[in-house]
Write a protein that binds this ligand. Structure first.
Ligand SMILES: Nc1ncnc2c1ncn2[C@@H]1O[C@H](COP(=O)(O)OP(=O)(O)OP(=O)(O)O)[C@@H](O)[C@H]1O
Ligand SMILES: [Mg+2]
Length: 308
């Protein structure tokens, strides 16, 4: 059984004066998410990610198609108790403290008062907000609010988590913390469905991804399989080399870009790496990094759009 399963999900929005014009925001989306997976929904702005979340969370009714969560139809209320949700733009009660807000969310989920308070304290710890627990939410930064939102999604210890852009508004450290939190939740057997348009957030922790563009599913599967390694291209960074070494490199490299420390070098073929190393060492330089050149998510979108 799949934890999340959608079939031909389609959403048209009525827009404009008299709401006569229709915009197809989601076009026949079918996907399956297995238990214990971290599944990333990727796509540029306007691709239909939030629309997918809203349908799955029962906030809007799809124009066509159907979906099931934990084996239940999305219209079923009882299943919701086993689901957590972080909206893209969560709304908070500004004058409550973080602790009060979470205890309130716990009460909404039918937790007894003492349990709700205990759970709130635990979660505040988990998302790194223990020290601000008794501050009013109106005094929180965007990143702090995002953590409160995450804690809120976890209050009922859900089996399935829906996170719409959980990294938005966070600084690099905050992003890493959220990433660790998600990896932790997966280790505890949770299924996590989240959206993002930032590749690096996704790469480190997703089992599988689906890529949406203009409402259509353009690819799904393991990210490493989707993003093609461009033939044998290699990018290397070297430091501490001299002009004559640069000239040597230019003889066989696809491109050499001098930098204050040394150079960034693109090789046409991974077999040229040995020669690069030799020249660098002979010039008394150092190899800083060497990486296969992979397509970025942006490049993938461009390629897919061109192909379709
Ligand atoms: N309530 C609405 N009424 C009319 N059009 C809408 C509505 N909500 C979304 N849309 C349109 O549907 C499309 C998909 O929007 P959606 O919010 O699902 O995209 P998204 O992938 O979440 O984008 P982002 O990365 O910017 O959050 C967009 O073209 C958007 O303009
Ligand atoms: Mg969105």
């Amino acid at each position: 059984m799949f934890v999340i399963e959608t079939e031909n999900l389609t959403q048209d929005y009525a827009t404009g004066f008299w709401r006569k014009r229709r915009v197809r925001a989601l076009d026949g989306l079918s996907l399956q998410v297995e238990a214990g997976e971290v599944f990333g929904l990727l796509g540029p702005n306007g691709a239909g990610k939030t629309t997918t979340f809203k349908i799955l969370l029962g906030l809007i009714k799809p124009t066509a198609g159907s979906a099931r969560i934990l084996g239940a139809a999305i219209s079923e209320v009882k299943m919701r108790a086993r689901v957590g949700y972080l909206p893209e733009q969560p709304y908070f009660y500004d004058y409550l403290t973080a602790r009060e807000f979470l205890a309130y969310c716990g009460a909404l989920c039918d937790l007894p008062a003492t349990e709700a308070r205990q759970r709130a304290a635990e979660l505040l710890n988990q998302v790194g907000l223990a020290e601000s627990a008794d501050k009013q939410l109106r005094k929180f930064s965007k990143g702090m609010l995002q953590r409160v939102g995450l804690a809120q999604a976890l209050i009922n210890d859900p089996e399935v988590l829906f996170l719409d852009e959980p990294m938005s508004g966070l600084d690099p450290l905050g992003r890493r913390e959220v990433r660790d939190l998600i990896v932790n939740l997966r280790a505890r057997g949770k299924t996590i469905f989240f959206s993002s348009h930032i590749l690096t957030d996704v790469e480190a922790m997703c089992d599988r991804v689906a890529i949406l563009n203009r409402g259509r599913l353009i690819e799904s599967g393991k990210l490493s399989e989707i993003l093609k390694t461009r033939s044998n291209q290699i990018e290397a960074v070297v430091s501490g080399i001299n002009e004559s070494a640069l000239a040597e490199l230019r003889k066989f490299a696809a491109e050499v870009l001098p930098t204050p420390e040394g150079a960034r070098v693109w090789l046409k073929d991974d077999r040229d790496a040995g020669q690069l190393l030799e020249i660098t060492h002979q010039a008394g330089g150092r190899l800083v990094s060497i990486n296969p050149v992979r397509e970025s998510l942006e490049e993938l979108f461009v390629r897919e759009v061109k192909e379709s």
